[in-house]
Write a protein that binds this ligand. Structure first.
Ligand code: TYM
Length: 339
């Protein structure tokens, strides 16, 4: 049976890349097998956070995922720190991974470069082992993520294989479920279309937040960087040669459920493409914003969903952790007290 696990950080707001690369696929596929979706609050601690803000944003992210269409009857939605097995398994995986392989993670290198490696928190370095623990605890067969998480998933697969090889079969080796190119796998920054749209790093003008006002969405898209080509074939899907235009086509196609190369045929002028893209994004986000407002009025209801999610996730995680602990040679609790 298919077992799906995926996670999202609660901080920094959700942008169009998160939505088109991951969240909408979670919603579409939530009834395929058993699905676990997690707000990864522990991962947010790898950089400085205001405590009250983190707490508020964690509930806010869960609210947004429900507004986007996750159905608590169909999937298990929970908060990472509510299931303590995540950190328990992360330690076993830290003792499986090598310094060298963690040091090769590009996200660590990028983020550590910003504030200096000396000052970077140890958690930023070990981040991928916690992510591997998230996935492996649930014996996930599939992990729906955007292209930027591919390297972390490769590491997860390596760690699972190594652990199984050393200590016996404990973990399912998961498959990345990354959308095909042009289908939301990598939404780019509108101002710098050769870098991914990101919560941290990019300019505010290059990122569309899910709660940006329609007028702001229209303005940001109308100012998106394109190129100087004109002529009847200027609008075409060619991410290498035309990153800005291709990004708009990818967004428009994703928002309307079409193919980016086909969508291109309907436009000749960049202005028309931008207007159509903005209109499609505004339409796509409208119901989500309305649903969020309703759900936000009932925080206790959201907390109930999260509690139920953790109650269902907990036993699955506990069973895997118990097997991993035993396989690696830790004395099972209880035995120690027997005479
Ligand atoms: P996070 O919170 O940065 O992003 C959440 C999801 O959004 C995808 N994404 C994008 N997709 C397309 N275009 C973009 N520009 C773009 N930016 C982000 C990400 O690929 C991701 O799927 N480490 C993870 C969270 C995590 C996780 C896990 C994911 C923790 N444990 C276990 C899967 C399984 C992260 O920081 O995602």
């Amino acid at each position: 049976m298919t077992r799906v696990f995926s996670g999202i950080q609660p901080t920094g707001g959700v942008h169009l890349g998160n939505y088109l690369g991951a969240v909408r696929y979670w919603v579409e596929d939530q009834r395929d097998g058993e699905t676990f979706y997690c707000v990864v609050d522990l991962h947010a601690l790898t950089v400085p956070r205001d405590p009250a803000e983190l707490c508020r944003q964690t509930r806010g992210m869960a609210t947004l995922l429900l507004a986007a269409g996750l159905d608590p009857e169909a999937c298990n939605l929970f908060v990472q720190s509510h299931v303590p097995e995540h950190t328990g398994l992360a330690w076993l995986l830290e003792c499986t991974a090598s310094m060298g392989e963690l040091a090769r993670m590009t996200q660590f290198k990028d983020k550590a470069a910003k504030g200096g490696e000396e000052a970077a928190r140890v958690g930023l370095f070990t981040y991928p082992t916690l992510m591997a623990a998230d996935i492996l605890l649930y014996q996930a067969t599939h992990v729906p993520v955007g292209e930027d998480q591919r390297q972390h998933l490769e590491l997860t697969r390596d760690l699972a294989g190594r652990f199984n090889h050393r200590y016996g079969e404990v973990f399912t080796v998961p498959e990345p479920a990354i959308p095909p190119a042009g289908r939301g796998a990598r939404i780019m920054d509108l101002q710098e279309p050769t870098r991914k749209m990101s919560k941290s790093g990019g300019s505010d003008q290059g990122m569309i937040g899910l709660f940006d006002d329609p007028a702001v969405v229209e303005r940001k898209i109308s100012r998106a960087v394109t190129d100087a080509e004109s002529g009847p074939d200027a609008v075409r899907f060619d991410p290498d040669a035309k990153p800005g235009v291709s990004n708009l086509l990818q967004i428009l196609a994703a928002a309307t459920g079409a193919d980016p190369a086909e969508v291109a045929g309907a436009y000749r002028r960049y202005g028309d493409l931008k207007a159509a893209t903005a209109a499609a994004v505004v339409e796509m986000l409208r119901p989500l914003r309305a649903a969020y407002q309703d759900l936000e009025a009932d925080p206790a209801g959201v907390d109930r969903v999260l509690r139920r999610g953790a109650e269902r996730a907990g036993p699955v995680a506990a069973a895997t952790l118990a097997r991993a602990r035993e396989a690696i040679g830790l004395l099972p609790p209880g035995t120690a007290y027997q005479s």
